[in-house]
Design a binder for this molecule. Structure first.
Ligand SMILES: NC(=O)c1ccc[n+]([C@@H]2O[C@H](COP(=O)([O-])OP(=O)(O)OC[C@H]3O[C@@H](n4cnc5c(N)ncnc54)[C@H](OP(=O)(O)O)[C@@H]3O)[C@@H](O)[C@H]2O)c1
Length: 302
């Protein structure tokens, strides 16, 4: 099976490729991994079944070439900073809506029917943030394309290399206390390997065609609880100060001027919606979700 993994060099894409590559039928999978910069994908170059290619996936002609001979596409490109705008900023429009549109068109033209797409939990046209609205629009364009589509909507994902618990643990190492925006926001973090397994499984489950799966871990937490936990496990317990929204807003606005700043106003709007599974934490295909407390110490303590 030839699989084009768009956004496959990142945190989740790498886990999905590794998951498929270690399954018994791994020799049957051949991956094409386009990247904007090959050095983002050093960790994948060692996989004999992965072909990392420099490519601009936003270019329709490039996408058409990449699509040739593929049996399935996994669509993973996602950004947290896409600028401000209505209904969403230009960056979100390009990465979350126009790219899925181009992927759908290229897949249809090349006769590639199977598409797995990773969106985000609580993506909705009327969500408070551009991130969530654009993710919903991306789902909608793929759904309208009439492909054999499966959508995954994870809450925040944790695991080695995450930009979440690892970031809190790192910040706790250097900061004497923790001024925190969105301290009461709710999350139900899901383990990267559970998400990767669900995506990989769906390739073998025909009933997943047309389905959307919300992916959550077993437990809901507030952001404050998660920061407390990550800091304590990393050996640097810190006092967390929840910032009132106007101050959090100002802080986020200021951080938008810092390259790679950790927070934007749009992120704060996203946190107004609890990122939790309304129907509990059942994962698809009979899997059970792994507890954060089992996995997180293995990488936060390092
Ligand atoms: N991580 C989470 O907690 C989480 C939670 C919910 C949903 N999701 C969704 O899951 C998906 C994967 O997330 P992730 O955490 O693996 O992200 P990630 O580590 O940031 O990886 C993003 C991938 O997308 C590519 N990419 C980023 N911006 C791009 C752009 N403008 N044009 C083309 N390619 C671009 C990157 O490729 P190169 O840099 O190699 O070009 C990289 O392979 C995303 O859609 C995200 O929204 C993630």
């Amino acid at each position: 099976m030839n699989i084009l993994v768009i956004g496959g060099t990142g945190f989740l894409g790498s886990a999905i490729v590794r998951e498929l590559a270690r399954r018994p039928a791994s020799a049957d999978f051949q991956f094409t991994l386009p990247t904007r910069r090959r050095d983002h994908a050093k960790h994948l170059l060692v996989l004999p079944t992965a072909d990392v290619v420099d490519a601009d996936v936003h270019d329709p002609a490039t996408l058409a070439r990449l699509m040739q001979g593929q049996d399935a596409v996994i669509s993973l490109v996602g950004i947290l900073k896409g600028g401000e705008g209505e209904p969403y900023g230009k960056g979100f429009a390009r990465a979350h809506v126009e790219l899925p549109q181009k992927i759908a068109a290229a897949a249809k033209a090349a006769g590639v029917r199977r598409v797995l797409h990773v969106s985000a939990l609580k993506a909705a046209a009327d969500a408070p943030s551009g991130y969530l609205r654009s993710k919903a629009a991306g789902e909608a364009v793929l759904q309208a394309a009439g492909l054999d589509l499966t959508i995954f909507r994870p809450s925040v994902i944790f695991g080695p290399g995450d930009a979440f618990l690892t970031l809190f643990a790192r910040m706790a190492r250097i900061a004497p206390f923790f001024p925190l925006a969105g301290a009461d926001a709710r999350f139900q973090p899901v383990w990267i390997e559970d998400v990767a397994a669900a995506v990989a499984d769906s390739l073998h489950h025909a009933e997943s065609i047309g389905a959307s799966y919300d992916l959550c871990g077993p437990t809901q937490y507030s952001l404050r609880e998660l920061v407390d936990y990550a800091a304590a496990v990393a050996g640097h317990p810190r006092f967390v100060i929840g910032l009132p929204e106007p101050i959090a807003w100002l802080q986020a606005w200021a951080m938008e001027f810092i390259p790679n700043g950790p927070m934007t106003r749009d992120n704060i709007r996203s946190m107004r919606v609890p990122s939790v599974c309304d129907s509990g934490c059942a994962l698809p295909f009979g899997r059970s979700a792994t507890a954060l407390e089992i996995v997180a110490p293995t990488y936060l303590r390092r």
